[in-house]
Design a binder for this molecule. Structure first.
Ligand code: SF4
Length: 145
């Protein structure tokens, strides 16, 4: 599945859960999205739930903003010298990194978010909270890193 398809599917899944949670306040909604609760109640929300695996080893991993709003997937890779950028972090988080894959004559650059927990922390989620996931992704506040 390419990223854009995943993005649309994920927005739908998020909206379905939000319908179920109608009437809860912001705090309770965000608590519902804690990893352990999601694994139990929403097993189809994330592929990793099947194996009870966290995408990041962190205390209280929260899945409300999964699909980081700072991640940019380039449908058409951007070329710069010998490099082809397939994805980037729009805020150049110091906790993210870039991986380079040699494919024939081309060096593909991909964003690697495995070391970055920014979208999974509750403070960050509360400061950007919107019940509409797509709006939240669009309107995310700029971070001072
Ligand atoms: S490095 Fe962090 S802030 Fe940047 S796109 Fe990845 S998860 Fe988001």
């Amino acid at each position: 599945m390419i990223y854009n398809e995943w993005y649309e599917e994920h927005a739908k899944k998020h909206a379905t859960i939000m319908k179920k949670l109608e009437g809860l306040d912001e705090y309770d909604i965000v608590q519902y999205f804690i990893f352990e609760n999601m694994v139990e109640k929403e097993p189809d929300f994330c592929e990793l739930y099947k194996t009870n695996t966290k995408c990041h080893e962190m205390y209280e991993l929260n899945c409300y903003m999964c699909g980081c709003p700072h991640f940019r997937f380039n449908q058409t890779p951007q070329k710069q010298d010998d490099l082809e950028f397939h994805s980037i972090c729009s805020i150049s988080s110091k906790r993210g990194k870039r991986t380079v894959r040699e494919v024939g004559d081309v060096a593909e650059v991909h964003q690697d978010c495995s070391g970055c927990t920014i979208p999974h922390g509750e403070d960050y989620i509360f400061s950007n909270f919107d019940e509409d996931w797509l709006e939240m992704m669009k309107n995310v506040k700029k971070l001072d890193l």
